[in-house]
Unconditional design. Structure first.
Length: 283
């Protein structure tokens, strides 16, 4: 394995963590930007444009956050993931990774990058691991979706598919309601998959709910082939992340696919998180 990072060092850096951005040149009259944009839309150059949207709300403890980071990094460099890359017509994907909490709290960890083999996978995995871990308040899945959608316009590569991959351990309780955000993404041809994290018993203090996987299935995911991979065992955290990424990259049908969006009334209220918050805090 070519990459290595100490999660202990990352945790320390995260605890200690609390330039000027380069200005983009304005295209002149002879700029090739319009032609390049047209070329991007006309000729897909990657098999999937994949956004990893990762929950870092306070309901996630530091150990879970560390395991989550390791899980994504290890999945990206795994033999199975690299083999899945080869199944597409282009043999490569573009990927960006951001962390989210409240509706106005999203932080890009990995800007758009191409993964086309072991070296590029190693580089992305290393950058994921070396970034200090942080936690933040509230849970806004809708905020994550609204933040993610325009990121596709910033991707210099055009994919055959566009997917938002959302992980989280609780329902939406901040910002806009979840279903309009989901529906807007679906209207743009974006697929949303989910990784509901259910490794702890539901707790009043952390605003967890029973059947978070049902909530994700009925309120969060959507689009052709969309699916959830619930994590119900801490020991299988990394395995679940790897399984989901492989299915997304290879466009495989999950062994037990669940696609229930708009089929019938949700089994769990899509406003359950907002209701819990209002009942507790009165706002």
């Amino acid at each position: 394995m070519r990459w290595f990072a100490s999660m202990g060092a990352v945790l320390i850096a995260g605890a200690l963590a609390g330039g000027d951005a380069a200005s983009a040149a304005t295209p002149g009259p002879t700029s090739e930007a319009p032609r390049q944009l047209a070329d991007k839309e006309a000729t897909p150059s990657v098999d999937i444009e994949l956004i990893l949207a990762v929950d870092v709300s306070y309901s996630m403890d530091m150990d879970e956050l560390a395991v989550q980071r390791e899980g994504y990094a290890q999945a990206i460099v795994s033999k199975e993931f690299l083999q899945a890359l080869k199944t597409g017509p282009n043999g490569k994907i573009s990927i960006t990774y951001f962390e989210w909490a409240a509706s106005n709290d999203q932080k890009i960890i990995i800007p758009w990058r191409v993964i086309d083999g072991p070296e590029s996978a190693d580089a992305v995995a290393n950058d994921i691991l070396k970034t200090p871990i942080r936690r933040a308040s509230r849970t806004s899945i809708s905020g994550a979706i609204y933040f993610a959608m325009p990121l596709f316009d910033e991707d210099p590569y055009r994919g055959l598919r566009r997917v938002i991959d959302i992980s989280g351990d609780g329902p939406n309780n901040n910002g806009a309601p979840i279903t309009p955000a989901r529906d807007e993404a679906l209207s743009r041809g974006i697929v949303i998959n989910g990784l509901p994290i259910m490794v702890k018993e539901p707790s009043y203090s952390t605003m967890d709910i029973d059947n978070l996987d049902w909530y994700y299935e009925d309120c969060v995911i959507g689009g052709p082939g969309s699916f959830v991979v619930p994590i119900k065992d801490r020991e299988k955290f990394k395995e679940a992340i790897r399984t989901k990424l492989i299915q997304e990259v290879a466009s495989r049908t999950p062994a037990h696919p669940v696609v229930r969006v708009a089929e019938k009334e949700p089994r769990v209220s899509c406003m359950i998180g907002e209701k819990i918050w209002q009942d507790r805090w009165g706002r």
